[in-house]
Design a protein around this ligand. Structure first.
Ligand code: SF4
Length: 425
């Protein structure tokens, strides 16, 4: 069975640097207890998985390479914005060793030099054949990890390779010269101090960029994994969240920033001291990252600039003066074709519905979704027309001081993959 929507634009484009998602399998064979894909019904049993059609992916890349661009996805491909492979399901599940669907997609991407970030927990990504393909193209691999304890990882990330196997995978990849990032996600409640050990373990296996993201809980009461997560962590996680003062943000319970921020800054210092760049992957803290693509750090790993017509870039630009303005991203590339099929009915009802109209409309909507004020230290200011938008935002001095210095050269990786010691200030 073919997977029709294997390649699409995600709703995260107003703040994400790699909003193009590719999933080679429609269902994930792993069963991580915190997984949002399963919480939201976006995932189906692995036994009913449809697979993406690599030949249609290859034909699309070939057509785009010849200048035939007919959709918003094509525009992203033509601009060589890296694809995030593995947004809704892991691209290296056990079935990949027999089917090779992901490998075939990577071969097509290599032929047309399409940048890809492979997001996985699967060890198949470090097989000899896959490493050979990864070494020949603009690719990076991002492996997720939440604990060093193998028995706990087996309980929390059910069905996925345990932590020690994932660390070995990262070592094999980095030893072969493949840029590797590690997403420490989620930070498990009660094990916050283990993140320092995880960062050290990442440095020891050649990881170049480490991102940290705290656990969030879906608001859905009938979320099937709630009891399983409690059982794996031996606590009532929701009660723990309530005790910590978690707040509802959209459809998630999120720990208060007053708890997360000091920890994130310490994790960042630790990663930098060990020669890695850092991604603050909690959505409201993205601007405290090194670079513009928090989770994978693709812009720091040599895969291009990523997508920058977004709020994160406007906030990064405000470090110097504190004014968060749409004008600061006016020169950034954005696609022009319709995104109606990727957005909700409110957006679709607008006469023209493009990335640009959505970014402008949501800039001041405040009613739903992410606006610049969703980021820590950014506040709405001076209602009224300003540079064509309804609201101007200000970035406070505290956060300006905490943000990485402007200019990614500060943390660019040197040829041996390490950031320069003297640049870490
Ligand atoms: S590997 Fe990713 S998609 Fe699969 S269950 Fe785990 S978190 Fe969900």
């Amino acid at each position: 069975m073919g997977y029709r929507y294997s390649l699409s634009l995600t709703s995260q484009f107003p703040f994400c640097g790699i909003p193009l998602r590719l999933d080679t399998y429609s269902a994930c064979q792993f069963a991580c207890r915190y997984c949002f894909a399963s919480a939201r019904g976006g995932n189906v049993p692995a036994s009913r998985a449809a697979v993406a059609d690599h030949s249609s992916f290859a034909r699309r890349l070939e057509r785009v390479s010849k200048g035939f661009v007919s959709s918003v996805v094509d525009e992203f491909l033509a601009e060589k914005i890296p694809i995030h492979l593995g947004g809704m399901s892991d691209p290296f599940p056990p079935m990949e060793s027999g089917l090779g669907v992901t490998l075939l997609h990577l071969l097509a991407a290599r032929e047309f030099q399409q940048p890809i970030v492979v997001s996985t927990k699967g060890c198949g990504v470090a097989s000899d054949r896959v490493i050979e393909v990864l070494a020949g193209g603009p690719f990076a691999v991002q492996v997720s990890l939440s604990t060093l304890d193998d028995s706990l990882s087996a309980a929390v990330d059910a069905g996925a390779p345990v932590s020690s196997e994932r660390l070995r995978t990262m070592h094999l990849l980095s030893s072969a010269g493949i840029p590797v990032a590690c997403r420490i996600q989620p930070v498990l409640p009660g094990r916050e101090s283990e993140v320092f050990d995880l960062i050290e373990a990442c440095a020891a296996v050649g990881v170049r960029h480490v991102a940290v993201e705290h656990l969030k809980l879906p608001i859905e009461r009938d979320w099937p994994n709630r009891k399983r997560l409690d059982s794996a962590l031996r606590m009532n996680v929701k009660e723990r969240f309530e005790l910590y003062g978690a707040k509802r943000h959209g459809r998630e319970w999120v720990l208060p920033v007053s708890l997360r921020l000091p920890a994130v800054l310490e994790y960042r210092d630790h990663a930098r001291r060990l020669g890695m760049s850092f991604g603050a992957a909690d959505t409201d803290l993205l601007h405290l990252s090194d670079g513009a693509v928090c989770c994978s750090g693709v812009d720091l790993l040599g895969l291009g600039q990523g997508f920058r017509f977004n709020y994160l870039e406007a906030i990064r630009s405000a470090k110097a003066h504190g004014r968060v303005e749409l004008a600061s991203i006016e020169e950034k590339w954005r696609p022009s074709r319709s995104i109606a099929m990727y957005v909700n009915s409110t957006s679709r009802s607008r006469p023209s519905c493009t990335v640009e109209t959505e970014v402008r409309a949501k800039w001041s909507s405040g009613s739903h979704g992410v606006t610049p004020a969703s980021f820590y230290g950014v506040e709405a200011h001076n209602p009224g027309q300003h540079n064509g938008s309804a609201v101007q935002y200000l970035l406070n001095d505290e956060v300006r001081a905490l943000m990485a210095p402007p200019g990614d050269h500060i943390v660019e990786h040197s040829r041996n993959g390490r950031i320069q010691e003297e640049s870490i200030t």
